[in-house]
Design a binder for this molecule. Structure first.
Ligand code: NAG
Ligand code: NAG
Length: 400
């Protein structure tokens, strides 16, 4: 194919593609959903199928059986989710979950665009999820509890531990082992993300979930002994670790005690962000305008600015006028000061000059040749100023 022809094909294809994109129908948009969460704790948002199901069925009579729905979520103006947020949906007949643990670096507002596809009709519904991450109370620190333990739950998939009730149950069980009541879930991670293997498709086999919980108080003796080097040794031999306490997780959660990790996080001071000045409003606060400024008297300033230069200008004018009009030395004064002989002398010269001038204008003889130009100044042409008379007679220099 010739190069220009190839180019034309490309252009046509591009135009066709652009046209088809432009004719894509706008999708139904649900109102924005606002949620807020704290740093250092798990954030879970369930993408409820029912909500989107209603939007799909709106304006249609047949409320047929639940349609398969899948979701797609991304940070607004970005192709993917923010790093701290993950998405999971087991299959199109189950809800989707957005979950993650924001850290101090994620404080702020994150606008997530969620697009739901009806796999039956290929309709789409969009919703914007606005997540506001606020710093956990406990100023100056990352907000994560100082004592953290990570449990591997073998008989669950990750989305089974995301609903609030499941987390509640887990926290209760963990509080029993830890012997503290301020235990909370920090993070939930699928074991597949930590090198676990996809289980065989056998009923009851699950991927496994790592659940990280934290507390402000130290670990109980039971937890400490389960994570001790001796217990590790037993684990290496394929035995259960030595823990003398009652497993409050059983039978709902099959905790793999050999995979228990305990860690102590020293609170690290957060890099101090910009300090808010007094001009920044509290969240939800109303702006209180400052009390009205007292009226200031601007007249003296105005007068000074205007009148002082004016007065100076008037003074200068008067001075100049006086010098010009009253101090002027006239001809009379000059004549009085000049000696008489000088005046006579001057008048004589003056008179003589006048007389000579008068005499010059009344001369009626031709001007002497020597006073006439011998050549044209402009053209430089030399010419006899007096046209030669045909009889060869010459004009005398002086009249006879
Ligand atoms: C939560 O778990 C994920 C996956 O293991 C990890 O990438 C993330 O850093 C964890 N977040 C926190 C705050 O520990
Ligand atoms: C649990 O720990 C054992 C060793 O203690 C390790 O071999 C295994 O891979 C861990 N399981 C998971 C799912 O990480």
């Amino acid at each position: 194919m010739e190069a220009p022809e190839l180019l034309r094909v490309w252009v046509l294809a591009a135009v066709a593609l652009g046209g088809s994109l432009a004719t894509l129908p706008d999708h139904h948009v649900l109102p924005d959903h606002h949620v807020s969460t704290e740093t250092g704790a798990i954030f879970v948002h369930e993408l409820e199928r029912e909500l989107f199901q209603e939007a799909f069925l709106a304006g249609r009579e047949d409320d047929s059986a639940a349609a398969p729905i899948t979701f797609q979520a991304h940070l607004r103006d970005h192709p993917d989710l923010p790093r701290w947020l993950r998405y999971i949906q087991r299959n199109p007949h189950q809800p989707g979950y957005l979950y993650g643990c924001p850290t101090a670096a994620e404080v702020g507002t994150h606008a997530i665009e969620v697009l739901a596809y009806n796999r039956g009709t290929y309709e789409t519904v969009a919703q914007r999820l606005v997540v506001t991450v606020v710093p956990a109370p406990g100023k100056g620190f990352t907000g994560s509890p100082p004592y953290q333990g990570e449990f591997l739950v073998g008989n669950r998939d990750v989305e089974e531990l995301l609903p609030a009730e499941a987390r509640e149950t887990f926290v209760e069980a963990a509080a029993g082992v830890w012997e503290r009541d301020d235990v909370r879930v920090i993070n939930v991670t699928s074991a597949l993300d930590r090198g676990g293997r996809v289980p065989l498709p056998i009923e009851g086999l699950k991927e496994g979930v790592y659940v990280k919980v934290g507390s402000g108080g130290p670990f109980s003796a039971c937890l400490a002994s389960a994570a001790s080097p001796r217990s590790r040794f037993h684990c290496g031999l394929g035995q259960q670790p030595l823990a003398s306490c009652y497993d409050t997780f059983a039978p709902r959660f099959a905790v793999r005690w050999c995979n228990l990790t305990l860690l102590q996080v020293w609170p690290t001071p957060v890099a101090t962000g910009p300090a808010w000045g007094s001009g920044v409003l509290e969240e939800g606060g109303d702006f209180q305008p400052p009390t009205e400024a007292p009226p200031r008297d601007l007249l003296p300033g105005y007068l000074v600015t205007l009148l002082v230069p004016l007065a100076v200008a008037v003074l200068l004018c008067l001075l100049l006028g006086h010098l010009m009009c009253c101090r002027r030395e006239g001809v009379q004064k000059r004549d009085l000061e000049t000696s008489d002989i000088q005046l006579v002398h001057h008048t004589t010269i003056h008179g003589d000059t006048e007389e000579l001038r008068h005499m010059a204008t009344s001369r009626d003889v031709p001007r002497p040749l020597s006073t006439l130009p011998m050549f044209n100044v402009r053209t430089g042409q030399r010419a006899n100023p007096m046209p030669a008379s045909p009889d060869g007679a010459r004009v005398p220099l002086l009249p006879p």
